[in-house]
Design a protein around this ligand. Structure first.
Ligand code: PRP
Length: 193
């Protein structure tokens, strides 16, 4: 069968990118490494992956494909109160879990940890439900932006403080479908950080 669809239009105009920070190949390789480590650490257990919409969607999909263990999946939608450019630290649960996590091994999957406020609030909430264990796996971490310490057991890449998009991360809801992780040109992101 022939594929007569038109080639996909570029997700992002080339002149909007300052630089590609992480290529899709680098991401794929690191996601596979993380999956091997996680498989090893959770061997013999029946963990629940909880990913945080929307940024972690692509990451968790690729991570699940690499994992060999019997991982279950659930998600939450959270929204942080605040100005829109800075996380405030209070998160509103827009969509809660379907699963009961009491006594469960929970692995929270995020796309990025920036100030750490979202995850801190989320973990406080999840701990109210008494999971057996709770760990964090994030694709990206910006340590220089941290306002509260968050103990992330699995980190894909520590990155410098640049505004990045792609592979699930957005700018004003755009560019999530870019296969690489890229830095936007400054005029686009002025005032965002
Ligand atoms: C991003 C990211 C984390 C949070 C991290 O979500 O997915 O949840 O910000 O920031 P923090 O460490 O400073 O709290 P965002 O609010 O952009 O929503 P999205 O995942 O739907 O893009």
């Amino acid at each position: 069968m022939t594929d007569d669809r038109q080639p996909k239009a570029p997700v992002m105009p080339a002149d909007a990118i300052e630089t590609v920070m992480l290529t899709s190949a680098q991401i794929r390789e690191r996601v596979a490494e993380l999956a091997r480590t996680i498989d090893h650490d959770y061997e013999g257990r029946d963990p629940l992956l909880i990913f945080v919409m929307k940024g972690a969607l692509l990451f968790v999909a690729d991570l699940m494909r690499e994992l060999r263990g019997n991982f279950r999946l659930d998600f939450m939608i959270v929204s942080s109160y605040g100005s829109g450019t800075e996380t405030s630290g209070s998160v509103r649960i827009v969509a809660d879990l379907k699963s009961d996590i009491h006594g469960q091994d929970v692995l929270v999957v995020e796309d990025i940890v920036d100030s750490g406020l979202t995850l801190t609030a989320l973990l406080d909430y999840l701990r109210l439900h008494s999971p057996a264990s709770i760990e964090i796996c994030t694709l990206l971490s910006k340590p220089s932006r941290r306002r509260v310490e968050v103990d992330c057991r699995y980190v894909g890449f520590e990155i410098e403080d640049r505004f990045v998009v792609g592979y699930g991360l957005d700018f004003d809801e755009r560019y999530r479908g870019l296969p690489d992780i890229a830095v936007l040109k400054t005029p686009l992101t002025a005032g965002m950080e």
